[in-house]
Ligand binder design. Structure first.
Ligand code: NAD
Length: 268
């Protein structure tokens, strides 16, 4: 299949985000196709993006040079088995399903397929995601470039050479948004305990996280250097940081991220 058609299997949230990103970045709607078992959702996507829709994954897959698997991990094996031996070896598969290994996808499809396994995260829904990518041996440089272009439309991309590192990426950035949400919850509750209105405490927490993230992403200083710069000796920030460190904040975070990585390793 030597065309530049991109086919999405699964028309859910991630597909919506990626197609929005692609269209905003000038990909022609005629280049994008989508299949799902949910006809109402397909019709919605057709209205939103003016793209061709399919209820039969095989019909879509045999027309596209790149296929994005965007179904839940538990249905991916049956989706692949239905496509077994129906794809050309030139077809690139990009899987965004969490925890499903590339060699399982390859085996289910009948072997010898170019597969890129990725780990995006939820901020992709706002074009602020970060995606880890791993390519198997069959993937060409041109296909890597193509995959990067697709996923760059919802944020940033970085490649790993060893698939097992996707477990660490899952633990840091895949599950990461929830850690920050917990931090926001905790800061809001603490503000309320000190007498602030909940809405005010939440707004203060969210805007502070946003500002701090923007500072960290734009500054040449490391997060540690930035922290040192805002921590005056014997000041209020130092009192809070010392309290966190005395309660082994770093170890708590390290254990949490290890737990997520171990879980990801077990699932995959
Ligand atoms: P979703 O539930 O919104 O969409 C999945 C879609 O797959 C649904 O529309 C469903 O009808 C469709 N589907 C089910 N069986 C199908 C079949 N046999 N053929 C075709 N379509 C079928 O899920 P999502 O949030 O878009 O997630 C998609 C994938 O992305 C998942 O594997 C998830 O692990 C991964 N992921 C999601 C996020 C996120 O933030 N949402 C982040 C990282 C990775």
């Amino acid at each position: 299949m030597q065309n530049s058609l991109i086919g999405f299997i699964g028309a859910g949230n991630m597909t919506h985000a990626i197609i929005s990103g692609l269209i905003n970045n000038n990909t022609n709607h005629n280049q994008i196709k989508i299949s799902d078992t949910n006809e109402a959702l397909l019709l919605l996507r057709k209205t939103e993006f003016n793209i061709e829709i399919f209820t039969d994954n095989t019909k879509l897959a045999t027309q596209c040079s790149t296929i994005i698997f965007a179904v839940k991990p538990q249905v991916l094996s049956s989706v692949c088995k239905n496509l077994k031996n129906k794809l050309t070896t030139n077809t690139l598969i990009i899987s965004i399903a969490a925890g499903v290994r590339s060699h399982d996808i390859e085996r289910w499809l009948g072997g010898n397929q170019a597969i890129i396994r990725t780990m995006p995260n939820t901020p992709a829904l706002l074009n602020q995601g970060i995606t880890g990518l791993f390519a198997n041996k069959q993937v060409s440089n041109k296909q890597k470039f193509l995959a990067e272009n697709i996923l760059n439309s919802v944020g940033e991309c970085l490649w790993v050479n060893d698939e097992y590192l996707l477990n660490a990426i899952t633990a840091v950035s895949g599950s990461g948004p929830a850690y920050f949400f917990l931090m926001l919850e905790s800061m809001t509750k603490a503000g309320v305990t000190l007498g602030l209105d909940e809405v005010v405490a939440q707004k203060l927490s969210i805007q502070t996280a946003l500002g701090a993230s923007m500072m960290a992403s734009r500054s040449k200083d490391s997060p540690q250097q930035l922290r040192n710069k805002v921590t005056s000796k014997n000041g209020t920030t130092q009192a809070a940081i010392e309290s966190l460190q005395n309660q082994d904040f770093e170890i708590i975070i390290a254990h949490a991220i290890r737990a997520a990585s171990d879980k990801s390793n077990k699932i995959g």
